[in-house]
Design a binder for this molecule. Structure first.
Ligand code: SF4
Ligand code: SF4
Length: 221
């Protein structure tokens, strides 16, 4: 499998050792800058798109973002992953336990490969603040488009809004998240769980889920 690990903004907040993770699962891993801050046309996002678009290996994504927000952001960036993990406040051992528990629940074995290399991708980034939209649950009411005074949203060919000018968003303001009737606009770094996408009421899913991962493990067994 391929492990993608989004480092936190501040290095001292990184509580998970990606090298240990790669060695434990004998999988190649890529360490990237904090994904929320990455420019969508930058070299890191472009590289991840290419690496994930044609691989048959399951791709596991780790970040400190709520899973629902991470999934929506990855979809927006056209980075294809099979499973997202939120490592916030977790140790390496706890993350390994979480993955193994998920596999045990499916009665699967852990895949063993011979590549546990970790590639460190770097790119200059600055701290950003913008909404992430879970478009698959958007009703298309366009209240967000009409509400935002700063032209952050535009309407796509599917008649649903998309975040067109993210960096026009006012830093720290989550206003449109509060007016969205579907609750699908998230600000992943907001302290309110219902705005960040971390609320237990919000579904935490990424399409494909564990199925592809466990199918492959079956094949390797
Ligand atoms: S307010 Fe929410 S549901 Fe309505 S269009 Fe915007 S994102 Fe979609
Ligand atoms: S928080 Fe405010 S500025 Fe940012 S997208 Fe929403 S309405 Fe626009």
């Amino acid at each position: 499998m391929l492990i993608i690990f989004s480092r936190q903004r501040s290095e001292e907040n990184n509580s998970v050792d990606i090298q240990q993770l790669a060695e434990h699962f004998r999988s190649a891993a890529v360490s990237i800058p904090f994904i929320y801050d990455l420019p969508p046309t930058g070299k890191t996002v472009t590289s991840l798109r290419e690496r994930t678009s044609d691989t048959e290996k399951p791709v596991l994504f780790f970040s400190s973002l709520p899973v629902r927000a991470a999934g929506a952001l990855l979809t927006t960036l056209k980075i294809s992953v099979d499973f997202c993990f939120d490592v916030t406040g977790k140790t390496t051992a706890a993350v390994i336990t979480e993955i193994e528990a998920a596999l045990r629940a499916e009665r699967k074995n852990i895949p063993l490969e011979n590549n546990s290399s970790v590639e460190n991708l770097t790119e200059p980034v600055s701290e950003r603040w913008y909404p992430v939209v879970y478009r698959s649950e958007c009703s298309g009411c366009l209240e967000c488009v009409n509400f935002c005074l700063f032209g952050v949203y535009a309407i796509g060919g599917d008649n649903l809004p998309f975040v067109d000018l993210p960096d026009n968003c006012r830093n720290g303001c989550p206003a449109c998240s509060r007016i969205c009737p579907q609750g699908v606009i998230m600000f992943p770094l907001h302290s309110d769980d219902s705005i960040s996408g971390r609320s237990p009421k919000q579904k935490a899913e990424v399409s494909g889920g564990l199925d592809k991962l466990t199918d492959l493990i079956d094949e390797m067994a």
